[in-house]
Design a protein around this ligand. Structure first.
Ligand code: FA5
Ligand code: MG
Length: 461
């Protein structure tokens, strides 16, 4: 009943994850609802759409140049997830509002980049036995406190990929023409395509997308960027073509298919420069599917491969699978419903047939922030906690779980006299599997309301 919510959660002295016990502390913010997703390895379940998508992408990054790997344990150190990659101490990604901490030194990885250093070291270790393997892909489950909507889920899957080239041992900058020529020869090996791609910005921009001038020449970076972009464009075009073939087959006639629209956008990551994101136009909007760039040389130097240069990318597998199978809601990937699972078979790309959509149930909650709270800050352990929207998301997720389709801020204002701030969120309660009763939705909503008061100190309006 609703009474339960006001009881403080049982303090846990340790968290058990993949068989290991981790002591908790004031940084711990990983709830059991999140831990229940650990170890499912959906990407190995060969008839699951995430596994089918993994195989398809891996086929674009084949042996002997690439090894295709996976990482089952999501627990990594803050060093691996942030420090090694050059995240500054005040980067918002480090905050407890964005990341699930196991304790102050350990997190659930927020991206597969947490394994970059280990895979670069592996390339170095394998130099004698497998010198031709200079690239890799690695797929894993990743965890983020994030918004709630149809393309965001707190647990999702990323595939990281990277490829390195060897430079001359001495004066690599002086011999950069040679390195660039070698990389350009590899660019020519990637088949061309004729899909127009929007790419309005120059490869390098002195402020927004700088060259690592102390390490790289413009020729080298131009060649690496060309290889990176052509490899990823080809992968996306292949995925989209497979999806369109499936669409044509399932409709049984030659329907007018929406042409593929792709664009490159400048981006920033602490561990690449220059950096980009690739977006695909899907169902009326631009959907970001991956981030990538030229690997920071300092990271390669610290990972036992100082004499190599290269690129890396990280993509959201669910985002690609949604395009491929036409899956409309990211929650479906976790469904055990046979009406979902029975539609997919290893090696086959088919269009998802939605089962009847159950009615939405919208409930609003409006509240005043506590007088001291300000928005937009990041919370540090121990100190006064500023209001952060992700805390609202986490409360809703903890109570509604997969019965919540999305949460949107519909109103926000500051009272002219008191200066207090009011927020109104609209929660859409909708099950993928059945019709929710209004009583059920009300019960969840009441719990959300009291937990907002209890945990965030807001005043309901
Ligand atoms: C990263 O995570 C970088 N590590 C990517 C990278 C790797 C850059 C290597 C450079 C070199 P980003 O936070 O943008 O970047 O996430 C990458 C992709 O994960 C996004 O493009 C998107 O496809 C997917 N993604 C991000 N958040 C979510 C979410 N909550 N639910 C589902 N997919 C998501
Ligand atoms: Mg991004």
């Amino acid at each position: 009943g609703a009474g339960q919510v006001n009881q403080p959660p049982k303090p846990r002295s340790s968290l058990k994850i993949e068989g290991d016990h981790y002591p908790t502390d004031q940084w711990t913010n990983t709830p059991d609802t999140i831990l229940s997703h650990v170890g499912q390895r959906l990407y190995l379940d060969e008839n699951h759409p995430l596994a089918i998508t993994r195989k398809l992408i891996e086929s674009q990054f084949p042996a002997p140049v690439f090894g295709n790997y996976f990482e089952t344990n999501p627990v990594v150190t803050t060093t691996q997830n942030f420090d090694v990659l050059g995240f500054p101490p005040d980067h918002p990604g480090r905050s407890r509002t964005d990341t699930y901490y196991v304790n102050d030194k350990t997190v659930l990885r927020t991206h597969t980049s947490a394994h970059q250093q280990a895979y670069f070291q592996q390339i170095n270790c394998n130099e004698k036995t497998r010198p031709e393997e200079v690239g890799y892909t690695v797929i894993a489950d990743v965890y983020r406190r994030d918004a709630i909507d149809r393309s965001h889920y707190p647990v999702f899957h990323q595939m990281e990929g990277a490829m390195l080239w060897k430079r001359p041992e001495s004066n690599p900058l002086e011999a950069s023409q040679e390195t660039a020529a070698k990389i350009n020869a590899d660019v020519d090996l990637i088949p061309r395509h004729n899909v127009p791609v929007e790419d309005p910005n120059p490869t390098l921009h002195p402020q927004r997308n700088p060259l690592q001038a102390e390490h790289h020449s413009e020729e080298e970076v131009g060649a690496i960027a060309a290889h990176l972009k052509r490899s990823l464009e080809r992968m996306v075009i292949m995925v989209f073509t497979e999806g369109n073939k499936a669409a044509a087959a399932s409709s049984g006639s030659d329907v007018e298919l929406e042409p593929l629209k792709v664009r490159w956008v400048e981006a920033y990551f602490p561990f690449t420069s220059p950096s980009w994101e690739l977006e695909v136009f899907w169902q009326g909007q631009w959907l970001e599917i991956l981030g990538c760039g030229v690997i920071k040389q300092d990271l390669l130097i610290n990972s036992d491969v100082p004499n190599r240069v290269g690129w890396a990318f990280g993509l959201g597998i669910e985002r690609i699978a949604m395009l491929l199978f036409n899956i409309p809601d990211i929650r479906l990937f976790w469904s055990r419903d046979e009406r979902f699972l029975s539609q997919f078979r290893a090696g086959h790309i088919t269009r998802f047939e939605p089962f009847s959509k159950h009615p939405a149930c919208y409930k609003d909650v409006a509240f005043w922030l506590p007088p001291a709270a300000v928005t937009g800050g990041s919370s540090a352990a121990g100190g006064a906690v500023p209001f952060h929207e992700n805390d609202v998301m986490e409360i809703v997720r903890g109570i509604g779980g997969d019965l919540v389709e999305d949460v949107t801020l519909i109103d926000e204002f500051t009272h002219p006299k008191s200066g207090r701030k009011s927020m109104c969120y609209r929660i859409n309660y909708r099950s993928l599997e059945r019709t929710l009763t209004n009583e059920e939705a009300n019960e969840m909503h009441d719990k959300v309301r009291s937990k907002l008061v209890g945990d965030l100190g807001v005043e309901l309006r």
